[in-house]
Write a protein that binds this ligand. Sequence first.
Ligand code: NAI
Ligand code: MG
Length: 499
Amino acid sequence: MTTTQQELHPAVVKFLSNSPKKMLINGEFVASKSGKTFDTINPATGEVIAKVYEADKEDIDAAVKAARTAFEGEWKKVTPKDREKLLNRLADLIEKNAAEFAQLETLDNGKPINESTFADVPLSVDNFRYFAGWANKIHGETLPVSNGNYFAYTLREPVGVVGQIIPWNFPLLMAAWKIAAAVAMGNCVVLKPAEQTPLTALRLGELIIEAGFPKGVINICPGFGETAGAALSSHMDVDKVAFTGEYITGRKIIQASTGNLKRVSLELGGKSPNVVFTDGDLDAALSGCIGSVFFNQGQVCCAGTRLFVEKKIYDDFVGKLSDRVKGIKLGAGLDPSTQMGPLVSEEQLKRVTGYLDIGKKEGANPLAGGNRAKGEHLDKGYFVEPTVFANVNNKMRIAQEEIFGPVVSAIPFNDVNDAVFQGNETTYGLAAGVWTKDIKKAHSVAKALKAGTVWINCYNVFDPCAPFGGFKQSGFGREGGIHTLELYTQVKTVWVNLS
Ligand code: NAI
Ligand code: MG
């Protein structure tokens, strides 16, 4: 720890003091059945923060059994109003412990404390409150049937036991996205946090008990993908799996789901085009581009990593962008003056620096950055320089493959058609940005881009009511808003003979 870092919150110290951290199964914190543990690492220093019990197949079995028992028993008796109350209570408890959550998230993931304080934690709270509100507002319909003397209606019922597998880039927020909607709709959950960042989900588990959820409704089992994740996604008594992560893992999830044909929803990242037209507010576009690429060290599924700039202004815009990017202050996330922290893990550092080499070999020109970051307080952590590649064409690997780091590939375009064509020339379709003052152009480009979210003259804006998810190989299913409820309910039609 460097001297510029603030003291750890007493609650964080207390939370970390009972290591190895246990997993939440059936309302209790328990060790793994095998006794095995793994280390969770502070990416700013490479030091071990805590040991964590490692869930494997037997633990997942126990968690699924607990969820099934709760689903068929106690949880059925809890009214929609009481589900709402429980979720709101959980939101209140997170809010009450917000400073602790922010610090724990920054320790485990590396992100700047300002981001965990002003984005991750409050968005998680909002998400629980938003879906709490849906608990008693989703209902069936009566049906205007024509074939005889029948009364027919539908019921919206929960799907059952839901397995949820989340990544490490927004550990608490992804847990909130997944758990809130499922539980609001009356499902029971087994959540597997990412092995890189299990801590805030486990702290959330403590608050789940404090909020008064019946045992087994929410189970939280940290472990590795190939073991715990695979066990959950192939489990014959799991009715649905919701996944966020890499597209390669998404394919494995689908394959694993075939045993009992469980429902699947996938959010798989992207290579999002961010399109800047000459007639845009270019100062705003510049700031928007920086936010779109370097927020969370670029470890964001919807990051605007393919920056398309109209040819006339390309050199000027990309030059200004690199000047600004060179000024981004790197450091440990706990230091409040840090603007960009380390990547989450050594593995991610290798992946990103690998792409920096690939980009240079492909002939791209690193106008800013391009290397692992060096410096007294950086050498032990997983820091890379924020990087702007110019001279990129859309066929290069750095323009087509998800790097998941602070790297932007700047590509010129000629006109609207060219921007749309190149923008859509990708296997992904998660998000896109458009910068122009021309209202007609803005909306027609938004319509033509194949992406689940399009931001016009803004980027990375989120709200729990806004659906988020992919076109093409970015996945399917929407999280956020009313569309999420479709993932976590099923429709039953009931016919009554009136004759
Ligand atoms: P990953 O997809 O392997 O991991 C995400 C989650 O899936 C983790 O909880 C992991 O334990 C689990 N998992 C891994 N293999 C599994 C399997 N066979 N069965 C079930 N669950 C499994 O992603 P990883 O390896 O952490 O990162 C690699 C790349 O994936 C990143 O560089 C980035 O490009 C992409 N990624 C995309 C994310 C997004 O938000 N869409 C989030 C994280 C990573
Ligand atoms: Mg992986």
